[in-house]
Design a protein around this ligand. Sequence first.
Ligand code: B3K
Ligand code: ZN
Length: 877
Amino acid sequence: MSEPKPTYRHDYRPPAYRVAHVDLTFELDPAATRVKASLQMERHPECKEGEPLRLDGEQLILKHIAIDGQALESDEYTLDDDGLSVRQPPARFRLDTEVEIAPCDNTALEGLYLSSGMYCTQCEAEGFRRITYYPDRPDVMATYSTTVIGDKAGQPVLLSNGNPVKRGELPDGRHFVTWNDPFPKPSYLFALVAGDLKKVEDRFTTMSGREVTLQIWVEEENLGKTDHAMASLKRAMKWDEETYGREYDLDLFMIVAVNDFNMGAMENKGLNLFNSAAVLTHPDTATDAAFQRVEGIVAHEYFHNWSGNRVTCRDWFQLSLKEGFTVFRDQCFSADVNSAAVKRIEDVAFFRTAQFAEDAGPTAHPVRPDHYIEITNFYTLTIYEKGAEVVRMLYNLMGEEAFRRGSDRYFERFDGQAVTIEDFVDCMAEASGQDLTQFMRWYSQAGTPEIDAYGEYDYANAEYHLTLRQRTPATPDQPEKAPQHIPVRMGLVGTKSGRDLGLSLEGESLGSDGVIHLREAEQTFVFTDVPEAPVPSLLRGFSAPVQLRFPYSREDLAFLLANDSDGFNRWDAGQRLAMLALDDLIAAHRNGVEKVMDPRVVDAFRSLLERGGDDKAVLAEMLTLPSEAYIAEQQPLVDVEAIHAARTFVKQSLAATLRDDFLRLYQENESDEPYAPQPEQIARRSLKNVALGYLMAVEDEEGVELARRQFEADHNMTDVRQALTLLTHSSRDDLAAPALRSFGEKWAHDSLVMDQWFAIQVTRPQTDALDRVRHLMAHPAFSLKNPNKVRALVGTFVNQNRINFHRADGEGYRLLADVVIELNRLNPEIASRLVTPLTRWQRFDEPRQELMRAELERIRAEKLSPNVYEVIEKALA
Ligand code: B3K
Ligand code: ZN
């Protein structure tokens, strides 16, 4: 394989030829599907005559090519590995091609492939070129008419985008359906599904009174697992009408559940394809977290119909235009229909762990990258989650009403077009009258800005002086950074009153939202009329995606944890307080000194447990210690063992001291009412299960008995999974082994539950975890070809079992490299994602660095896909 070449954003040129309309015909066959494409094309008026026509195409066998009905001579076009060029097409013409493809050999799961015997497609970003020759780029938008021909017995259901317009019988037991999609779309939104599927149907009346049919298509045995997705879809449709004024546009909206899928789901026009894990739920098989994830993903894909499909991206560098905005939209939706404070806490906890790590590692890139080798590698936390944080900052800068005006403007002005991030931000600037020039740096500069803050109370003048200094560390390709425009939402909490003091900045009231704007490298803000000494509450609600440090004392943090009016910052104060104690314990562990628990942390937790009145869901979050991954992210050099030991010590100390409180909490939140995925129930279950986690941390007889009983009671998957996890992660193998066995037998038929069974076992802290991974990889329910299995078993182990993945003997690294090497051949997209933990080698001690690099080198020696090649080269640069 020759070295893959990067694509640069600055090389963008508009397409020379446009496609007005496409007619597709598929004659399905596992090994030899025939695809006929008829493209109505025309040369762009600004393009010169004689400009060659370039079409993308990969792994296609060309059977026929004609222009305006005239077969092309072999000297009129050239074929190569990535496509074909037609020498001198006319200004306006019809191009007909026929190709053969082999869905049964497609293990990359891009293009047309088979999943559990069913035909399905994944075209974003560049999968359509594996289906037919086409200008496979998002700025070519066409209407589609698609005829699918299949076997009546094997594929009774034949689906594509839009509305079905014709169906009929064919000889030899075959039949066909023709679908028409009247909305011009880029090729990445094309979809086809054919198989033996059953549907659940519902209806939705849009705000203008149109009736839309909603269908969820699944394998027969999953018919009982669609209620929640359907209810979520209807909620999302309503929410988008109310919040953004956006209504659905076709008469039919379909969701299909697919077992083999590279990511969560895909927003194909009118025909969303979903990883079955992202759509199927049942109280017996899915946890509360899974119910909430399904709701969020269903909404996300639905919201794309406007933010992505009606208005799409000009090129893939603009990916965050649709993804950042749509994640922001789904986050707001979930916040509105569940506990808003908990949603924010969960999102930020994840963001600060995973996106911060990405931003600090060798694959760091801006929200709008400048170049890529393989675009599939850029479906990242930076494009999605940081992109969403950037949109959230715009929302907060502008306020709800101006933001809505800006989004209306964006959708109206660019409907049916493929546009850029500037187009979006321009609409926001026009709607708000704000100058967003400096703000645009959020899209171009990689790396997480670090703010060092300090404050002083001037008693004599009743002033508080707050100085903020920002700096963004160097990232690959970007040694120098300019200051960002950072909105810092804040309050000053009076130490006497425990209340927010009014904020006047140099005499002027800061208004109710309390946002200060940091634009310079260093700025001092002087607050006047501050009647008492305050503790500053900074970056409320995580108002910007930055790392903020302030020299809080533990007393300050305990004070904020008790008094801050901002729920998010109360939680954050607790996390900071725990972090200070953890830092001491990590040092003690490294120095071989006896560990002593900080009583201030115990007191703070005790107050939380005793004060009552808190939202249960938020309380559960406040009682949860920072994860090992987050703690690691905060350390200059990661000492995996010290982190594990310190965190375990804190958990056990809290459990031992506050045992009775946790027991009471557990009992108070037990319930046998029938399961419902409702916020109050979810809150109660999470609080009860957090309490059980503490009780099991010390493994006293009563805690163990509660876990055993909770498992046996078999009330719902949330409770069963937590009980089984705690037993499996405890020293009580006498109880864990039979529980795992009976669970595994009971659910052997349910692939999604078996994924959980894998994940529970491979997160065990005991030293046998790695052997279990190797052992389970031979289990009949495991397959390297199924991305969910790979994620559940290998992904969970390498990302969530840090102590065992980072074993000093390097066996964890070896296991990962072995899997990546195999997957590089089978499914490059999954392989390059899975390898991530190895790319973070700089963060560890010398011996581990060497072991990790050696595995990266071993991978590099293989014949690599562009996906894995790009990541490995960056990691070893
Ligand atoms: N747009 C898809 C992601 C496609 C990834 C392709 N490798 C799902 C989503 O963000 O909604
Ligand atoms: Zn998306």
